[in-house]
Design a protein around this ligand. Structure first.
Ligand SMILES: [Fe+2]
Length: 188
């Protein structure tokens, strides 16, 4: 596997928006925290979080193209098909890269999907309260239930945390703490 520094360079090559980079860093942090909690490979899960949207910067103008470029980019960087397929699994159900009819089955796939999705909720709530400090699960859960808040965040994907044996509260705590640990890097 490539180093984190090399992974960041790869991201920068295809992604120019700071807000996208922040999403990748938050996904990395939550994946690391989940791996730690579940006794999985932290470095590997973090790398999945970091690189899951590697082609977003060059495909977002036509979101149907999202994840069509990622396999080649990741293969060229030395990642194997297992890593690449796990990256693709976060697009299952979406109308892109022929992934619409596919369903997640593996623990690491559920983890990547719920981790990368919950970043949207945590970040939007942090922006609203202008800080990550003191964020608690009770407040975040209210925002989870308020479908008008961060309406683009798919709650049903966040609930895939249950497939990891974590209830929503447990997962939200993990997500909050993980993002708080990198608060400076993500603009707070
Ligand atoms: Fe993402």
């Amino acid at each position: 596997m490539i180093t984190r520094e090399e992974a960041l360079k790869l991201l920068e090559k295809y992604n120019q928006d700071r807000s996208d980079m922040i999403h990748y860093l938050e996904s990395e942090a939550i994946m690391g925290a989940l791996a730690k909690r579940l006794g999985e490979d932290e470095a590997y899960w973090k790398m999945l979080g970091l690189l899951h949207d590697v082609d977003w910067g060059i495909t977002k103008e036509d979101s149907h193209q999202h994840l069509t470029k990622a396999p080649e980019i990741l293969r060229s960087a030395g990642f194997d098909e297992k890593f690449i397929n796990t990256v693709l699994s976060h697009g299952y159900g979406w109308d892109c890269a022929g992934l619409k009819e596919k369903c997640r089955t593996e623990k690491v796939e559920y983890a990547l999907a719920c981790a990368e999705t919950v970043t949207g909720l945590v970040h939007a709530y942090a922006l609203m309260r202008k800080s990550l400090d003191g964020m608690e699960v009770s407040g975040l859960k209210k925002k989870f239930k308020d479908k008008k808040f961060a309406a683009g965040v798919h709650r049903e994907i966040i609930l895939e945390c249950e497939k990891l044996g974590l209830n929503l509260d447990e997962f939200l705590v993990i997500a909050i703490r993980a993002v708080q640990e990198i608060s400076k890097e993500v603009g707070f």
